[in-house]
Design a protein around this ligand. Structure first.
Ligand SMILES: [Zn+2]
Length: 135
Protein backbone atom coordinates (compact mmCIF):
# COMPACT_ATOMS: atom_id res chain seq x y z
CA UNK A 1 0.00 0.00 0.00
CA UNK A 2 1.32 3.39 -0.94
CA UNK A 3 0.11 6.84 -0.05
CA UNK A 4 0.20 9.30 -2.92
CA UNK A 5 1.50 12.70 -1.94
CA UNK A 6 -0.55 15.84 -2.45
CA UNK A 7 1.41 19.07 -2.49
CA UNK A 8 -0.14 22.51 -2.53
CA UNK A 9 1.18 25.92 -1.55
CA UNK A 10 -0.02 27.75 1.56
CA UNK A 11 -1.98 30.12 -0.67
CA UNK A 12 -3.76 27.24 -2.40
CA UNK A 13 -4.74 25.64 0.92
CA UNK A 14 -5.97 28.99 2.19
CA UNK A 15 -8.45 29.17 -0.67
CA UNK A 16 -9.72 25.64 -0.10
CA UNK A 17 -10.13 25.69 3.69
CA UNK A 18 -12.01 27.64 6.32
CA UNK A 19 -9.86 30.06 8.37
CA UNK A 20 -9.76 27.66 11.33
CA UNK A 21 -8.94 24.61 9.20
CA UNK A 22 -6.17 26.57 7.51
CA UNK A 23 -4.66 27.89 10.75
CA UNK A 24 -4.49 24.39 12.26
CA UNK A 25 -3.61 22.20 9.29
CA UNK A 26 -1.24 24.54 7.47
CA UNK A 27 0.09 26.89 10.17
CA UNK A 28 0.29 24.17 12.87
CA UNK A 29 -2.25 25.88 15.11
CA UNK A 30 -4.15 24.32 17.99
CA UNK A 31 -7.89 24.62 18.44
CA UNK A 32 -9.31 25.73 21.80
CA UNK A 33 -10.05 22.68 23.99
CA UNK A 34 -13.72 21.73 23.77
CA UNK A 35 -14.23 23.41 20.39
CA UNK A 36 -14.02 20.18 18.37
CA UNK A 37 -17.02 20.00 16.02
CA UNK A 38 -17.69 16.26 16.59
CA UNK A 39 -17.19 15.73 20.33
CA UNK A 40 -20.49 13.88 20.63
CA UNK A 41 -19.82 11.52 17.73
CA UNK A 42 -19.59 7.91 18.93
CA UNK A 43 -21.19 6.07 16.01
CA UNK A 44 -19.16 3.73 13.79
CA UNK A 45 -17.23 5.44 11.04
CA UNK A 46 -13.97 6.95 10.00
CA UNK A 47 -12.18 10.22 10.64
CA UNK A 48 -10.53 11.51 7.50
CA UNK A 49 -8.04 14.31 6.83
CA UNK A 50 -10.05 17.49 6.26
CA UNK A 51 -7.64 18.59 3.53
CA UNK A 52 -7.21 15.45 1.40
CA UNK A 53 -9.66 12.80 2.66
CA UNK A 54 -6.93 10.37 3.75
CA UNK A 55 -8.41 7.87 6.26
CA UNK A 56 -6.75 8.49 9.63
CA UNK A 57 -8.69 7.05 12.59
CA UNK A 58 -11.68 4.77 13.22
CA UNK A 59 -14.29 5.76 15.77
CA UNK A 60 -13.65 2.42 17.49
CA UNK A 61 -10.19 3.78 18.45
CA UNK A 62 -11.62 7.05 19.84
CA UNK A 63 -11.70 7.44 23.62
CA UNK A 64 -12.65 10.11 26.12
CA UNK A 65 -9.35 11.58 27.31
CA UNK A 66 -10.85 14.48 29.27
CA UNK A 67 -8.49 16.92 27.53
CA UNK A 68 -11.10 18.62 25.34
CA UNK A 69 -9.43 17.33 22.17
CA UNK A 70 -10.53 14.26 20.21
CA UNK A 71 -8.25 11.38 21.19
CA UNK A 72 -7.51 8.00 19.62
CA UNK A 73 -5.33 5.10 20.71
CA UNK A 74 -4.23 4.12 17.20
CA UNK A 75 -4.35 5.32 13.58
CA UNK A 76 -6.02 3.24 10.84
CA UNK A 77 -2.53 2.48 9.54
CA UNK A 78 0.92 3.79 10.50
CA UNK A 79 1.40 4.39 6.76
CA UNK A 80 -1.34 7.02 6.74
CA UNK A 81 0.40 9.31 9.22
CA UNK A 82 3.85 10.77 9.78
CA UNK A 83 5.27 11.14 13.28
CA UNK A 84 8.13 13.57 13.76
CA UNK A 85 9.93 15.30 16.62
CA UNK A 86 8.56 18.71 17.60
CA UNK A 87 10.67 20.76 19.99
CA UNK A 88 8.65 23.96 19.69
CA UNK A 89 7.30 25.90 22.69
CA UNK A 90 10.13 24.53 24.87
CA UNK A 91 8.59 21.06 24.93
CA UNK A 92 9.69 17.74 23.48
CA UNK A 93 6.67 16.32 21.69
CA UNK A 94 5.89 14.11 18.72
CA UNK A 95 3.93 15.85 16.00
CA UNK A 96 1.44 13.88 13.88
CA UNK A 97 0.95 14.82 10.22
CA UNK A 98 -1.14 13.45 7.38
CA UNK A 99 1.12 11.23 5.24
CA UNK A 100 -0.62 12.32 2.05
CA UNK A 101 -0.79 16.11 2.30
CA UNK A 102 1.47 16.94 5.29
CA UNK A 103 -1.41 18.53 7.19
CA UNK A 104 -0.67 19.17 10.88
CA UNK A 105 -3.09 16.97 12.85
CA UNK A 106 -1.90 17.15 16.46
CA UNK A 107 0.52 15.27 18.72
CA UNK A 108 0.92 11.74 20.10
CA UNK A 109 1.70 10.98 23.75
CA UNK A 110 2.57 7.80 25.66
CA UNK A 111 -0.18 8.05 28.29
CA UNK A 112 -3.06 6.49 26.34
CA UNK A 113 -5.16 3.41 27.15
CA UNK A 114 -4.53 -0.22 26.19
CA UNK A 115 -3.94 -1.89 23.83
CA UNK A 116 -1.38 0.63 22.50
CA UNK A 117 -0.78 2.98 25.42
CA UNK A 118 -0.77 5.81 22.90
CA UNK A 119 -2.86 8.97 22.95
CA UNK A 120 -3.23 10.61 19.56
CA UNK A 121 -4.36 14.07 20.64
CA UNK A 122 -5.87 15.59 17.52
CA UNK A 123 -7.42 18.85 16.39
CA UNK A 124 -11.05 18.23 15.45
CA UNK A 125 -10.84 20.93 12.78
CA UNK A 126 -8.12 18.94 11.00
CA UNK A 127 -10.49 15.95 10.68
CA UNK A 128 -13.87 15.19 9.19
CA UNK A 129 -16.12 12.37 10.32
CA UNK A 130 -17.68 10.01 7.78
CA UNK A 131 -20.34 7.60 9.16
CA UNK A 132 -19.89 3.89 8.39
CA UNK A 133 -22.80 3.75 5.92
CA UNK A 134 -21.28 6.57 3.83
CA UNK A 135 -17.84 5.02 3.48
ZN1 LIG B 1 -4.23 14.98 4.33
Amino acid sequence: MTVDKIEKSDAEWKKLLTKKQYEISTRKGTEAPGSCPFTEVHEPGMFRCVRCGNGLFRSSAKFESGTGWPSYYEPISPLNIIEQADNSLGMVRTEVLCARCNSHLGHVFDDGPLPTGKRYCMNGFALKFVPEDQL
